[in-house]
Design a protein around this ligand. Structure first.
Ligand code: ZN
Length: 151
């Protein structure tokens, strides 16, 4: 049995299938957040399937992560539910320690938070207290990781 990432559904189809209405154009869409019942705080990347809520901080790197967190199921259950689990005899993936790849993923997501705040600012939208706190937290996390991997 093994995980086949190529079999994951297209992000747009997946999120719509979860009952979300994606607003806006381009690769970043806005939708409601079911994690804290927010009306329009979730940003979804329809190319990569990554998602982040500007209000409650729920986030993940792909549709699989969303399915796990949204439905409270583990990796294999989510992969199965999304048709990305193949029964071909290979061993299941082993959980890893926090690697440089994980760190890079966290940094990408935190940068995304910064990007949203900055692009909002560019359009004349002043970040509210919650967004600003999130922005500072993101900067703090990147700093922490920078320390962790300092050689
Ligand atoms: Zn939220």
């Amino acid at each position: 049995m093994s995980f086949d990432r190529d079999r994951l559904p297209e992000p747009l189809a997946y999120f719509q299938g979860e009952g979300l209405t994606l607003q806006g154009r381009g690769k970043w869409r806005t939708t409601r957040c079911d994690f804290h019942d927010g009306s329009d705080s979730m940003r979804v990347n329809i190319d990569r399937g990554s998602w982040v809520c500007m209000a409650c901080g729920a986030k993940g790197g792909d549709v699989l992560a969303h399915h796990m967190q949204r439905h409270g199921i583990d990796f294999v259950q989510a992969a199965r539910a999304l048709g990305a689990w193949t029964e071909d005899g290979a061993p299941p993936p082993r959980p890893r320690a926090f690697s440089a790849t994980d760190a890079a993923q966290v940094i990408v997501l935190e940068l995304l938070v910064c990007l949203v705040v900055i692009s909002d600012a560019r359009r004349g939208i002043t970040p509210n207290e919650a967004d600003w706190a999130r922005f500072l937290a993101a900067a703090g996390r990147v700093e922490t990781i920078a320390q962790e991997f300092k050689t």
